[in-house]
Design a protein around this ligand. Structure first.
Ligand SMILES: Cc1cc2nc3c(=O)[nH]c(=O)nc-3n(C[C@H](O)[C@H](O)[C@H](O)COP(=O)(O)OP(=O)(O)OC[C@H]3O[C@@H](n4cnc5c(N)ncnc54)[C@H](O)[C@@H]3O)c2cc1C
Length: 434
């Protein structure tokens, strides 16, 4: 059996590795010159940075298991630390939340009760919210803002804790973000094993984390990886996909096909096929949200007091110290979703962020270099009722499967969602073919 996988992001790689581990011959086609998709490494002068700083958590079981499958030791790949959130507001420490070294849920209860920057009423409200969320899911989906109102969360708690958490996890503002998905994310991180809420900070760039070792794994098992190969057309006959056409006019025969591309690219490939109009319409309903990363290179001695810090009331939302990835002095500043930064050009945005950091850390010198990366369609927008449009892995065609972070999993657009979807598509294909 020959399986063609279109898309070399983490979903496509996950599908390819799963199939190779079952002795299936795969060809992976990626249109970009390198693998990784929205989680890739890129060259900047002499070093490699990421297209955007990524953070994983201990609950990302499928991702950790994928790394195990290709023979990597994730204890070496990540700096793992208990959840520790430091939020700065107007240059002053606003919130300090740390989970405790206790079994779940005591690790969170204790952490919330000791949160610095919240008064007792706010601490109690946050704890009550978590308990009630666990006990009963919202009957109908609504916005996270409405959910917080229903649970009478104080306004200061919303702005300082829930709003930054919602933006960081769903990349969607609270007034339109799906309450159901937010609940799922909180439950995944905070219930079950205490380690689920641990933060996993990559010690290397994203390219070396998965795409490079996964490519070796696939090739060692007889698979083929073709970068710079855009699939332009699917050939259809007898209710099956028989081959794919590439932009260099070559044709690849296939027994099975996995489309691991974002909804807009998937819709384009499926549109000419008979019987796929319903799915194409569904894919067209996805909307997207940007993430912008501003890298500021300071002298190597410059260090954040913690590996990451949040900031409220500024363009800057999160600052990651890339010392963790072996790049001392390099700060990655993350700005999720839409906002006033979108209308600033690269230079103006880098300058604005640089001034914000100068106010937060007055002893830091001027940065030596700056880089702005904007990912316009970083994630799908996790809006109210998003689950209604997320497609399943199987389609009406018996040899066509879908993967990608947008496919129906319990996760928002994340690495874990992408990896889970790729593994599920591969497993469904194997079950159907056996
Ligand atoms: C800046 C940024 C920060 C993020 N931060 C986090 C984070 O901290 N934690 C987290 O878990 N997630 C984060 N995410 C989300 C995460 O990166 C994505 O959910 C995940 O990478 C999606 O993987 P995917 O394989 O589903 O899609 P993609 O990565 O988009 O892969 C699809 C691939 O298909 C290729 N392709 C498209 N059309 C064709 C074609 N016709 N032929 C061949 N190839 C094609 C594309 O080039 C692409 O490589 C972040 C994303 C961004 C952009």
């Amino acid at each position: 059996m020959h399986v063609v996988i279109v898309g070399g992001g983490w979903a496509g790689l996950s599908a390819a590795v799963t199939l190779c581990s079952h002795g299936i011959r795969v060809t992976l086609c990626e249109s970009a010159p390198q693998l990784g998709g929205r989680a890739r490494g890129l060259r900047w002068h002499t070093h490699t940075v990421d297209n955007g700083q990524h953070l994983l958590i201990g609950a990302y079981r499928a991702t950790l298991s994928l790394l195990d499958t290709i023979g990597l030791d994730h204890r070496q790949l990540f700096q793992r630390q208990r959840l520790s959130l430091h939020l700065i507001q107007h240059g002053q420490p606003a919130i300090g939340l740390h989970t405790l070294r206790l079994p779940a849920p005591l690790h969170l209860i204790g952490g919330l009760m000791m949160t610095q920057g919240l008064n007792w009423r706010e601490r109690w409200a946050a704890l009550r919210f978590c308990v009630q969320l666990r006990a009963r899911p919202p009957a109908d989906d609504c916005s996270v803002a409405d959910l917080l109102l229903q649970h009478t969360q104080p306004a200061a708690l919303t702005t300082r804790l829930w709003e930054p958490l919602c933006l960081a996890t769903l990349n969607t503002p609270i007034h339109i973000a799906s309450a159901r998905l937010f609940r799922r994310v909180l439950l995944d991180a905070f219930t079950g094993h205490a380690g689920n809420s641990d933060l996993l900070l990559p010690r290397t760039d994203l390219g070396r984390l998965l795409p490079e070792p996964a490519t070796n794994y696939i090739k060692q098992r007889g698979g083929t990886v073709r970068c710079g190969s855009r699939v332009t057309e699917l050939s259809y006959g007898n209710n099956r996909i028989s081959s794919v056409r590439l932009d260099d006019a070559t044709t690849l025969e296939c027994d099975q096909l996995i489309l691991a591309v974002p909804p807009y690219a998937c819709g384009r490939l499926l549109a000419p096929l008979p019987g796929c109009q319903g799915l194409v319409d569904q894919l067209q309903q996805f909307t997207y949200s940007p993430i912008c990363t501003v890298y500021l290179q300071y002298p190597e001695s410059v260090q954040l007091p913690t590996a990451l810090a949040g900031s409220a009331g500024t363009l800057t939302q999160w600052i990651f110290d890339r010392r963790t990835s072996g790049q001392p002095g390099l700060m990655a500043v993350i700005i999720s979703a839409d906002g006033p930064h979108v209308s600033l050009d690269q230079d103006a945005l880098a300058t604005a962020v640089q001034h914000e950091l100068a106010r937060m850390f007055p002893t830091w010198p001027t940065p030596l270099d700056r880089l702005v990366i904007r990912e316009k369609r970083a994630t799908f927008l996790s809006a109210i009722n998003i689950t209604r449009i997320r497609p399943q892995a199987h389609t009406k065609l018996p040899n066509l499967w879908l993967a990608g972070d947008h496919v129906a999993t319990s996760y928002p657009a994340t690495l874990e969602g992408a990896v889970l979807s790729g593994r599920s598509a591969a497993q469904a294909l194997l079950a159907a073919a056996s």
